[in-house]
Design a protein around this ligand. Structure first.
Ligand code: SF4
Length: 269
């Protein structure tokens, strides 16, 4: 199906599957992952580059609790997505982790999903580049996991044709700073966390501006430091660097945790 034949609140789904949350404040919680396609950002340590672009021949991969995985139409309504979530739950209802790609490309889908998943919690994982769109949906989600990205880890964005938001991605250091500050102000004092990927390509002082922004805009936000997984030529950080960044956060009285990508340690999807 092309976008032209889909509902106005449809989003392109990459996959739906059950697993264990591997990152952030809810690490270790069994969840169902609803991964949407499309991302304009180009993080150098991205481990899902297959989510970036939309193409006519794409399908959604559904991995139900019973029976083999199968392929379905990629453009999906909130109702259909909620049905797939229920199909993937092995037992009791789970929190739905909406991830990507960048889910904020599809705000109408997110708004519609709230009414379709019943009492399940919705956790939103976002790159933090679209604060205006985040402000539209934030009251419909139960938790926001917000990436705080060092500018040096980003290549120039590539906008996604057919995206459901007209909010452009930041492309300059000043625009990124404004987007991060606005996003932090939105999640301040909510059920949220800020995730910082620490790669071996960065120096300690590269992280100070991010931590200053958290201190200014969301001082009660839990900050999760995630050592980068070495993909695409990105280096894993020395543990001394990770611990030094944690000390910088502590100097600012921030609530900081160091959490590796647990799903990778457990060899889960
Ligand atoms: S925001 Fe996420 S999906 Fe997009 S490039 Fe960065 S890590 Fe990859």
């Amino acid at each position: 199906m092309t976008r032209a034949g889909a509902a106005s609140n449809a989003a392109p789904v990459l996959e739906v599957f059950a697993s264990i949350q591997g990152e952030g404040s809810y690490v270790g919680e069994p969840q169902v992952f609803l991964r949407l396609r499309g991302c304009p950002l180009r993080c150098r340590w991205c481990d899902t580059p297959g989510s970036w672009r939309l193409a006519a021949d794409q399908t959604a991969r559904i991995d139900p609790a019973r029976g083999p995985a199968r392929r379905e139409s990629v453009w999906t309504s909130p109702f259909q997505a909620a049905c797939w979530v229920a199909e993937c739950e092995p037992g009791a209802q789970r929190t739905v982790s909406v991830t990507g790609g960048e889910p904020l490309l599809w705000p109408e889908f997110l708004l519609g999903l709230r009414a379709m998943v019943g009492s399940r919690r919705i956790h939103l994982e976002t790159g933090g580049a679209h604060p205006r769109t985040l402000s539209r949906v934030i009251d419909k989600v139960d938790h926001v996991s917000l990436d705080l990205k060092p500018d040096l880890d980003l290549d120039p964005p590539e906008e996604v044709p057919d995206a459901g938001t007209d909010e452009r991605s930041p492309s300059t250091r000043a625009e990124w700073r404004a987007a991060r500050r606005a996003s932090l102000a939105l999640v301040a004092d909510r059920d949220a966390c800020g995730k910082i990927v620490v790669s071996g390509d960065r120096a300690l002082q590269d992280f100070a501006p991010l931590l200053d922004e958290v201190e200014d805009c969301a001082p009660n936000l839990r900050v999760i430091l995630t050592p980068a997984t070495p993909v695409g030529g990105v280096a894993a950080p020395p543990m001394e660097l990770v611990l030094a960044v944690a000390e910088l956060a502590g100097d600012r009285d921030l609530d900081v945790r160091v959490v590796p990508q647990v799903h990778r340690l457990l060899r889960l999807p």
